[in-house]
Design a protein around this ligand. Sequence first.
Ligand SMILES: Nc1ncnc2c1ncn2[C@@H]1O[C@H](COP(=O)(O)OP(=O)(O)OP(=O)(O)O)[C@@H](O)[C@H]1O
Ligand SMILES: [Mg+2]
Length: 276
Amino acid sequence: MGIESLTIEVVQPSSIRSIRGRTGDGKMAETFGCDVVWSDGSQMRAFLKCFPACRKLGVINEITGYLMAKSCSLPVPDKAGVVKLSDEIIASLEIKDCTNIVEYAFLVSESPGSSPNSLYPNLNDAAKANLARRVLKRWPALCPLIAFDDWAANPDRNLGNFLINGSGDVYVIDHSNMPSGVSWSASDLVVDGKYRNCLVDILTFDGAIPFEKAFVVKAAEGHVDAYDEAKEELQFWWDAFLGGDPLRYAAIDVFIRERAQKGKDRISQNLLQMPV
Ligand SMILES: Nc1ncnc2c1ncn2[C@@H]1O[C@H](COP(=O)(O)OP(=O)(O)OP(=O)(O)O)[C@@H](O)[C@H]1O
Ligand SMILES: [Mg+2]
């Protein structure tokens, strides 16, 4: 696959401008606001996510999630990229232990809106979930997002990992903790495994099921085509980041492909087990 046809851009360090402070919401990564000049010449506000060595899979997890979500037509940020951090950038981040930061970082352009966590910082989780649910229920891509998180075994669609704008549109961010968790190993990726779906937990926190199960199953039927659309680039990046780790590479390759094929059956079964 030619580098110019990639969805995930390879960004030069010199294209990252005016790094701002660390964002408050995140825990796993060091996330910094910045401006990025993308390959089409556009300059946009963006977020730079740097990962410590103990969570070094964060970058490939983000890439995998971004490509899969985009191929499901979910509203991910317009642009995404990877950058090899320069000494100059690392120095400007003012991270306490910068020897610990992995050399490649993930970049995404800013999406509109704010996460429920930052919209309602003083509310407890149930109250936040309740307000978020009112918006999510009316959002046309809710069932596709539930199905996507199931496909990708993303346990982390918490109240900081989607954004809501004033018109009730929702934007999807942060795939660093999938599949299954940030530091997954081959044995964590069980094709028929059942993984926590945080979005379903948020939606059903009081026992109600405010979505149509059949629409989630329907969305899962689209994953075979979504996989076909994304696979070439997925394999390009898996090779780049996991080429030296054949066990993990083989595991994620089989896991993502086969879960796409079996999504309809798996989701029908899992959803049937939910109390109505
Ligand atoms: N593309 C984006 N558009 C707007 N805001 C963003 C975007 N990416 C990140 N943010 C903001 O930065 C915060 C932290 O980013 P993110 O959730 O990706 O990382 P994190 O939470 O540190 O990672 P993790 O969930 O793996 O711990 C988000 O909650 C959000 O407020
Ligand atoms: Mg997050």
